[in-house]
Design a protein. Structure first.
Length: 119
């Protein structure tokens, strides 16, 4: 009986260690962390026909501001609500866009990378 209790304690200890390591691993990188790379893909797909989405190119549509200058006009985080509800106050020929929460986080994360000077 003592041997069974010893084995049972070892199994519980291993299970506890596994659960704790999984919990800490999940805490280190949240599952819903914003992805600048995904944000760039969204910008390329939805915005690059009019806006420059990099650090050096001019916008294809001259009245569309380059994304690298948006932070000079607005704090990037304030764009979150507009992206969720639909941006309709952009340049006159801009279509209305609505993004999902994770897409917004990704796009904002990408826009923040453009605030850094080009190398």
């Amino acid at each position: 009986m003592a041997r069974i209790d010893c084995v049972g304690n070892r199994i519980r200890a291993v299970l506890a260690a596994t659960v704790l390591s999984a919990a800490f691993a999940g805490a280190a990188v949240p599952a819903n962390a914003a992805s600048p790379q995904q944000g760039k893909r969204l910008a390329l797909l939805y915005c690059s026909k009019c806006h420059s989405i990099d650090k050096v190119s001019p916008s294809p549509l001259s009245i569309a501001p380059p994304f690298r200058t948006l932070h000079e006009r607005y704090p990037i985080d304030t764009l979150q609500e507009a992206l969720a509800e639909g941006i309709i106050t952009g340049h006159p020929s801009m279509p209305e866009f609505r993004f999902e929460r994770d897409q917004i986080d990704d796009l904002l994360a990408y826009l923040k990378t453009l605030e850094q000077p080009a190398r």
